[in-house]
Design a protein around this ligand. Structure first.
Ligand SMILES: Nc1nc2c(ncn2[C@@H]2O[C@H](COP(=O)(O)OP(=O)(O)OP(=O)(O)O)[C@@H](O)[C@H]2O)c(=O)[nH]1
Ligand SMILES: [Mg+2]
Length: 296
């Protein structure tokens, strides 16, 4: 059986762990397109997150001191649409967003994580709607400070606070990193699914315009970078792990009465400029690993 690694990247609070925990629940339910085969290998990490979700709360943020083996989901999967088809083993390491932040500020990734990442042949890149960890682009005052910065310590703003790397700049850096590291299986361009997490938090009007328009409006620099990227195969998805927000008691009550397999979805752009929603949270992963099922 072939083995592949799909890496999850994204800044702090971008929705990686919650997506991974929900992915496990979906794969294990055997009601989604990606189906777990009989014997899961290493699921310890996601079971904790899954318990939170089933209890009506989001999984907590990840521990920066954990090693790759502790934050990796290893599962054998097949596609529901080809039940007699091939099985593959996927390994999904979830790198804490703080480590990504540190890697971008310092220009390198910790060695133990670098080794895990160098095995990956595809990726899910996360950005989250309305996260307090999102950093807006520099304004004119901060830009001047930033340009004066000589590079020996973090640049500061007028109040002496560190100037943080804007989210869309960090996303461009992560994409560059993926372009340099992802394995080219059978010479194919690696697939990168950009997942806009917490899609349920956007108003209906913007949701209807779809994930591509959202990304262009919120992160124009990154959207432009994606449009120019020919060495990776990129697709943008909106994602909601349970179809609502556990901060909303009304939603949480509804969730607890409902069937989790019917909650949660991904949004993709349709051909007529309108998004459509599919109630299967495994689809971004199916899209990334799809070609591997056809390999000999
Ligand atoms: N409404 C809503 N909120 C979400 C969803 N997914 C994630 N969130 C929110 O995003 C927060 C962060 O999610 P995590 O999965 O912990 O993010 P992370 O990328 O793993 O963060 P680090 O561990 O710091 O790297 C959660 O606590 C939720 O508040 C979603 O589908 N809907
Ligand atoms: Mg996490």
């Amino acid at each position: 059986m072939s083995e592949h690694s799909i890496v999850l990247l994204g800044g702090p609070d971008s929705g990686k762990t919650n997506y991974m925990s929900r992915l496990w629940l979906a794969v294990n339910s055997k009601k989604a397109e990606l189906v777990a085969s009989q014997n899961p290998t290493n699921i310890k990490y996601v079971e904790g997150g899954a318990e939170h979700i089933l209890g009506g709360a989001f999984a907590p943020r990840s521990d920066t001191n954990s090693l790759p083996d502790d934050l990796t989901l290893d599962i054998r999967v097949r596609l529901a649409s080809s039940p007699d088809g091939k099985e593959i083993l996927i390994s999904v390491p979830d790198v804490s967003g703080e480590l990504w932040k540190e890697a971008i500020e310092r220009g390198d990734v910790r060695r133990e994580w670098m080794e895990a990442l160098q095995q990956a042949s595809g990726a899910l890149l996360f950005v989250r709607v309305l996260s307090t960890a999102n950093v807006a682009p520099l304004d004119w005052v901060n830009a001047a400070e930033y340009l004066r910065w000589s590079g020996d310590a973090a640049p500061k703003d007028e109040q002496g606070q560190d100037i943080l790397v804007p989210t869309q700049v960090a996303l461009c850096e992560m994409l560059r990193f993926l372009d340099e590291t992802l394995l080219r299986v059978n010479g194919r361009r690696p697939k990168v699914a950009v997942l806009i997490a917490a899609w349920d938090l956007i108003d209906e009007h913007r949701r209807a315009k779809g994930p591509n328009v959202y990304l262009k409006e919120e992160y124009p620099l990154f959207a432009g970078r994606l449009a120019d990227c020919t060495s990776l195969d990129v697709r943008i998805f909106g994602g909601s792990i349970v179809g609502g927000d556990f901060e909303d008691p009304e939603f949480t009550a509804k969730f607890q009465e409902g069937d989790i397999n019917e909650m949660g979805y991904v949004a993709v752009d349709g051909s007529e400029g309108r998004a459509f929603v599919i109630s299967d949270v495994t689809l971004p992963v199916v899209w990334v690993v799809g070609p591997l099922f056809d390999d000999e």
